[in-house]
Design a protein around this ligand. Structure first.
Ligand SMILES: [Zn+2]
Length: 151
């Protein structure tokens, strides 16, 4: 079965599809995609059958690390990742919110020990009233995802 994609096909790389409309720009920023030399095609606010509107990001010649995929899950837990090889979707997986994030974000608490000790930050995640709360393992404070990610 061929998967039809809405934006012009890329030969090799990654397509992040089904991003909630408005989150695409945050993902670009968060993953610092615009600072890399990867060529990027984006579609914002595209009509989507199941979502109303969605954003889509295509990154040529680039695959995401697990940590990047985890950060992505925070902004777009329902997004799908399509791995493209020779214009075909060779792998496809849904993002899932991880239970914890290691070293992905700095702790917003300026008194937290993670700012002074050479340790990776460690947040445990839980969904809470439509938001995602992140709890720092070190200072045990909880934050909303927007605070932690600085967006
Ligand atoms: Zn902390």
């Amino acid at each position: 079965m061929r998967n039809k994609l809405q934006v012009e096909a890329i030969r090799q790389g990654t397509v992040i599809d089904h991003i909630p409309a408005g989150q695409g720009i945050k993902i670009l920023d968060r993953l610092q995609l615009l600072d890399s030399d990867a060529s990027i095609t984006v579609g914002f606010n595209l009509p989507s059958k199941d979502q109303g509107h969605k954003d889509i990001i295509k990154v040529t010649d680039r695959k995401f690390t697990e940590q990047e995929a985890n950060q992505l899950a925070l902004f777009a837990p329902s997004a799908t990742i399509n791995v493209i090889d020779n214009y075909e979707v060779v792998d496809k997986f849904k993002m899932a919110l991880p239970d914890s994030l290691l070293g992905a974000f700095a702790c917003p608490n300026s008194n937290c020990i993670t700012h002074n000790e050479p340790v990776d930050t460690h947040f445990s995640l839980r969904a809470h009233q439509g938001d995602v709360r992140l709890k720092c393992k070190y200072c045990e404070k909880s934050f909303s995802k927007d605070i932690v990610s600085g967006l």
